[in-house]
Design a protein around this ligand. Structure first.
Ligand code: SKM
Length: 267
């Protein structure tokens, strides 16, 4: 059985290393590959994969939103406006979003209780949308801060939270119990800080979706004595939930996390 991630660019994807490790651990004879699929060929790619009886797909940048009009999204993916997992079932092409739940599982895995917690999500793009919605479903009190304030306000209205601009961040951070960076700020060395690290306090949890390096935000969090969670567990959990959708098997998350960290060390 063949599985794949479609993206453009896609060379950076850690999914092949992670998912192939998972399939081996599960004893499945399956292969997971990365394909560069151009934006305008997404439909061809998905239909081709279906024609060739692929087991399933993940979608990453820039395909998650466009896929909504190609596959049948479930309610969750439709509400998040993004599909990152595709399954082929009895002639139907089904779309799911495992990013939001992946983030929640990452937090829970680190021992963070979500229900009733004040959570600040920074960023209202694709990841921010999925994470904010899933946190709200899990019972968090969600605030969203975004450079374009109107996007934060729209997302907050959709999930039942509050929306702010980035200028409010200095007041929001100290009040939050959990701070989530759902932007790509920090992916590149030399990126500016999202906010002054001295605003963080002991007892807070900081979750940064960036997984390729230790960001300034995570360093600030460690200095402040708060719990710091990088983006690897979310990547692992979105992949694990994808495997569960495709195969009905429980995914070996520890093996997957080790495969991702090993791959990152070798890059
Ligand atoms: O949502 C995930 C996607 O399923 C796979 C991925 C990757 O391979 O880099 C990243 C995220 O967008």
């Amino acid at each position: 059985q063949v599985y794949a991630v479609f993206g453009d660019p896609v060379e950076h994807s850690l999914s092949p290393a992670m998912q192939n490790a998972a399939f081996s651990a599960l004893g499945l004879s399956a292969r997971y590959l990365a394909f560069r699929v151009r934006r305008e060929r997404l439909r061809d790619g998905i239909l081709g994969a279906e024609a060739m009886h692929f087991g399933g797909l993940n979608l990453t940048i820039p395909h998650k939103e466009a896929a909504l009009s190609i596959v049948e999204p479930d309610e969750n993916a439709a509400a998040m406006g993004a599909v990152n997992a595709v399954a082929f079932r009895d002639g139907s092409i089904l779309g799911y979003n495992t990013d939001g739940l992946g983030a929640v599982r990452a937090l829970e895995g680190a021992g963070v209780r979500i229900t009733g917690r004040r959570v600040l999500v920074i960023g209202a793009g694709g990841a921010g949308k999925a994470i904010a919605r899933q946190l709200a479903i899990s019972g968090a009190e969600v605030s969203i801060a975004n450079r374009d304030r109107s996007r934060a306000v729209d997302l907050a209205a959709a999930v039942g939270g509050r929306g702010y601009g980035l200028s409010d961040i200095a007041e929001l951070v100290p009040e939050a119990e959990v701070v989530v960076n759902a932007t790509s700020v920090g992916m590149r060395a030399g990126d500016p800080r999202l906010f002054d690290g001295r605003l963080l306090q002991e007892g807070q949890t900081v979750f940064d979706i960036v997984y390729n390096r230790e960001t300034e935000l995570l360093k600030d969090a460690a200095r402040a004595g708060s719990v710091a969670i990088d983006g690897v567990p979310m990547l692992v959990w979105q992949g694990a939930l994808s495997i569960e959708i495709w195969t009905g098997r429980k995914a070996p998350v520890e093996v997957m996390e080790e495969a991702v960290r090993e791959e990152l060390r070798n890059r």
